[in-house]
Design a protein around this ligand. Structure first.
Ligand code: NOJ
Ligand code: CA
Length: 533
């Protein structure tokens, strides 16, 4: 089966936040030559592909997620030749490259929006509507980043829609010209040799042309999270997550499939059941990720079982699985608080590696980095400033990679870094972890090697076993390959009984944190256990 499966099924994709990965020229900003110098490190992890956070020019209102030119690379990160060399050097190491394409909106500095402001041919390339008589927005849509999802612009004496910042106007995918131009962006990067895409807010290509209000979330369905942002108090049914979004996803996938062996995966941040997120790989995108695992903060078997219960309702769908990325609090801190033990970082890695889907591993997750804590004057994320210190934005997971414990700026840059290095990351630098076979990094490499070598872990089905909490246990099975995976999701010693354990052949993954005694597995706090059974 593995011979016939497309490369991305069960693959591990390593997310590089380029700006914070490695700086080659001392300007404090990560870049392509810096990343090229670290490709051996990435290849040695045992991942299959790299997802590059946005690589196009951007005024950086939302740090690359506001693109001002899709045709070229961001000169802050290097030249066009540097990017092509990155592709070549990655391919030479067996690593595929995926770019992050942000096509649901553009920057307000993109030439398309500048033209749309004047009316003319591109008048309808964005979502324009008259303000109400009293100047207030056309409807109740709220921005994910706070305030109305509309801004009035005097140039058109009208309002334009933006789901995020006002500098991120929504591209109108219902206008033929805009849709064709967005699809042409994908074509040009496929021709250039990229192996696939991560599509930003893939749930939000279409809007309701009648501009009807979003309904309120019913009182009975509200929980504490609804109060974290006003936009969470409405169901995003009319500004995004439209059922016909699936047609757009389909069209995108078919464009991508004109090129052999490419992969297109999307981010689905809201209401994934409506907008095509869970379609089969031959109906929508090849795959997608949603947010339950990225937002979870209570360790325990249920958060995983719940998610797979949802996925089980869409058996033809191939999921992408992420605990961590550039938008959420780093996992060890989210699940373990400020004093999380290293064993928790290893448990979370083992869990990720054992799960069914295409894995998304965020830079630094392999090191067990905790969330960095920044002062208000160090914050660069526009939404970090809104409610500081109650909410500090997303910079705490975006601080630069700590490469070398002994070097200034932990080896990220010889200059002044765009975001500070976290002092608490020093002791977790690869320069130290490389030398320690029990380190989180060494464990991550063994785990990823185990996954690469097992059809069951990469491609197999998942079947949950009846284990008493706090143990999570499941079988991954593919033809004759069957792997039992068990996790102690607590700080206490536990044991887990199963007849399958009698003939288990444990895989050498983390440490000797578990012992089989007959049909009982004795597990230390946060132990993970994989065995052929
Ligand atoms: C999702 C991206 O992951 C996030 O970083 C960005 O702010 C929004 N989309 C808007 O593009
Ligand atoms: Ca640089």
């Amino acid at each position: 089966m593995s011979g016939r499966a497309p490369w991305w099924r069960g693959a591990t994709v390593y997310q590089v936040y380029v700006r914070s990965f490695a700086d080659s020229n001392g300007d404090g900003v990560g870049d392509f030559p810096g990343l090229i110098s670290k490709l051996d490190y990435v290849a040695a992890l045992g991942v299959d592909a790299i997802w590059l956070s946005p690589t196009h020019p951007s005024p950086n209102r939302d740090w690359g997620y506001d693109v001002s030119d899709y045709d070229i690379v961001n000169p802050e990160y290097g030249t066009e030749a540097d990017f092509d060399r990155l592709l070549k050097e990655a391919h030479a190491r067996g690593l595929r490259i995926m770019t992050d394409e942000v096509l649901a909106h553009t920057s307000d500095e993109h030439a398309w929006f500048v033209e749309s402001l004047k009316g003319g041919e591109k008048a309808d390339w964005y979502v324009w509507a008259p303000a109400r008589e009293d100047g207030t927005p056309p409807n109740n849509w709220l921005s994910a980043f706070g305030g109305p999802a509309w801004s009035y612009h005097p140039a058109r004496r009208a309002s334009y829609h933006h789901k995020f910042l006002r500098q991120q106007p929504k591209l109108n995918w219902r206008a033929d010209g805009a849709r064709a131009a967005a699809l042409a962006v994908l074509d040009s990067w496929l021709k250039r040799g990229v192996d696939g895409f991560r599509l930003d807010v893939a749930n939000a290509f279409l809007h309701d042309t009648a501009l009807r209000d979003n309904p309120a979330v019913p009182q009975s369905a509200r929980d504490a999270s609804y109060w974290s942002r006003a936009a969470n108090m409405q169901l995003h049914r009319r500004d995004s997550n439209l059922e016909d979004n699936l047609q757009v996803l389909n069209e995108i996938r078919m464009r991508v499939e004109r090129y052999p062996d490419r992969f297109v995966m999307g981010e689905f941040s809201e209401d994934p059941e409506r907008c095509g997120a869970f379609a089969s790989p031959s109906e929508g995108l090849h795959s997608g990720y949603s947010f339950p695992l990225l937002h979870a903060d209570k360790l325990g078997p249920e958060f995983i079982r719940d998610h797979y219960r949802t996925l089980a309702r869409f058996p033809a769908h191939w999921p992408s699985i992420a605990f961590s990325n550039h938008d959420v609090i780093r996992t060890v801190t989210r699940f373990g608080g400020e004093k999380a033990p290293p064993a928790l970082a290893r448990l979370l890695l083992a869990l990720l590696v054992a799960l069914r889907g295409t894995l998304l591993l965020y830079q630094g997750e392999e090191l067990g980095l905790p969330e960095a804590s920044l002062r208000r004057d160090q914050i660069r994320d526009p939404i970090g400033d809104l409610y500081y210190p109650l909410y500090r934005g997303r910079d705490g997971c975006r601080t630069p990679m700590p490469w070398d414990a002994a070097a200034p700026n932990l080896g990220f840059t010889t200059g002044s870094p765009w975001l500070p290095l976290a002092p608490e990351h020093r002791e977790l630098a690869p320069s130290l972890q490389e030398r320690d076979p029990q380190s989180t990094l060494s464990c991550a490499r063994r785990l990823l090697a185990a996954r690469r070598e097992s059809d069951a872990l990469r491609l197999g089905g998942i079947e949950f076993l009846d284990a008493p909490a706090p143990v999570l246990a499941f079988l991954r099975t593919c033809a004759n390959d069957r792997v039992l995976c068990a996790f102690n999701m607590s700080a206490d010693d536990v044991s887990f009984q199963s007849d399958l354990l009698r003939h288990a052949v444990p895989l050498p993954i983390c440490t000797d944190e578990s012992r089989i005694e007959g049909d009982v597995l004795a597990m230390n706090p946060y132990a993970a256990f994989f065995a052929h059974v």
